[in-house]
Design a protein around this ligand. Structure first.
Ligand SMILES: [Mg+2]
Length: 126
């Protein structure tokens, strides 16, 4: 499955408000209304990423490293990563990006950083 095939299929399950609005009154003459269709998937993406961390934290807290516990952790993490992927895909779509766009942009950025020797470092735009 390609990223774009996933994005198309994932869209069949979208069920969130796409009519959230914010009115910005920049000055008295220019009031603008923005649609915040990205609001739900943006917040839910953070939630799902937190759920991945939660599964890992609870695994450590339980202090049970049996094969069964590790298998359960793998299963739980796989499901939560899928939830992260779904929300990421929805968020990308709300900004008009295909998942191919997101993947290509990321690889291009990483290749550029590696070529310039700044793959390890800090800052979004290094
Ligand atoms: Mg989840």
């Amino acid at each position: 499955m390609t990223f774009n095939e996933y994005q198309k299929q994932a869209g069949n399950f979208a069920s969130y408000p796409t009519d959230a609005l914010i009115e910005v009154d920049a000055d008295e003459a220019h009031e603008t209304t923005y649609f915040l269709n990205w609001l739900y998937p943006a917040l839910a993406l953070a939630e799902e990423a937190g759920e991945v961390s939660g599964k890992l934290a609870k695994f450590i807290r339980k202090n049970n490293y049996s094969v069964e516990a590790q298998n359960q952790l793998r299963s739980d993490v796989l499901k939560e990563l899928g939830d992260v992927l779904w929300q990421l895909t929805a968020l990308a779509g709300e900004f008009g990006f295909s998942m191919e766009d997101v993947a290509r942009e990321n690889i291009t950025k990483l290749q550029d950083r590696k070529q310039r020797g700044v793959i390890v470092g800090e800052g979004d735009n290094r």
